[in-house]
Design a protein around this ligand. Structure first.
Ligand SMILES: Cc1ncc(CO)c(N)n1
Length: 228
């Protein structure tokens, strides 16, 4: 059993709950309210900007050129392949790239990305890959599941989302992350593996929180008291 086999067994119930989530089901069934999707895409764009920083930290923490290059390629793939999806959706919704980039961050987006960045900064390269793994892997896992749902790939609004996350290009990003953490885990003690596993579990919880934020179109759990 690989380390990622162990990780999947740990989080499988959490990941299965993504497929039951109304937002994810709405994408797969093509029934999602467009306004909820617009909120999600804007939050996800600024999420990916912060998430990209974790790949940059991973390159910094890498102990060899091969690993440094893997993180640099993942950074490039996220900024120039995955984020094009959001820019194309924004164009469809008449949202400029500048407006997209200036999206006000929600509490869930802030908490999730702050956790990933802090974990990556607090540890070695194993923390950086552990921090990003649930993100890339769970989306590819969801994308491939939804691709089997009738009409999901062809839906005129949400089909592109399912196509992206089930695509060969994104599968390569996810598999690069999986291969990297399995390689790094080879010489780690059980204590270290448990610590890395905890980061993966918490980021899997954060993924669910992000779906909740999208479904509820939420920002912060307090009124905008700071805004006069
Ligand atoms: C919140 C979130 N998790 C994972 C991915 C996949 O990169 C994404 N785009 N957004």
């Amino acid at each position: 059993m690989t380390f990622t086999d162990r990780l999947f067994k740990t989080v499988e119930p959490v990941w299965n709950s993504y497929l039951d989530h109304p937002f994810v089901k709405g994408i797969g069934e093509g029934t999602l309210d467009k306004e909820k999707f617009i909120h999600y895409m804007k939050q996800d764009y600024v999420y990916l900007i912060e998430y990209s920083r974790v790949f940059a930290i991973g390159s910094t923490k890498a102990n060899d050129l091969k690993t440094m290059t893997i993180f640099a390629n993942l950074l490039h793939g996220t900024m120039n392949f995955e984020m094009d999806l959001h820019r194309k959706y924004a164009e469809k919704f008449n949202i400029s790239n500048e407006e997209l980039e200036a999206t006000e961050p929600s509490a869930a987006m802030t908490a999730y990305t702050s956790y990933m960045i802090s974990q990556a900064q607090l540890g070695g390269v194993e923390n950086a890959i552990a921090a990003v793994l649930a993100c890339a892997w769970s989306y590819n896992w969801i994308g491939k599941k939804l691709a089997e749902w009738p009409g999901a790939l062809e839906h005129d609004l949400y089909g592109n989302w399912v196509q992206m996350y089930s695509s060969e290009g994104f599968t390569e990003i996810a598999e690069n992350c999986i291969d990297l953490i399995n390689d790094i885990a080879k010489d780690k003690s059980e204590h270290e593996l448990k610590r890395i596993e905890d980061i993966f579990v918490r980021t899997s919880y954060f993924e669910y929180m992000f779906w909740e934020m999208a479904e509820d179109v939420s920002m912060w759990p307090v009124k905008d008291l700071a805004k006069n």
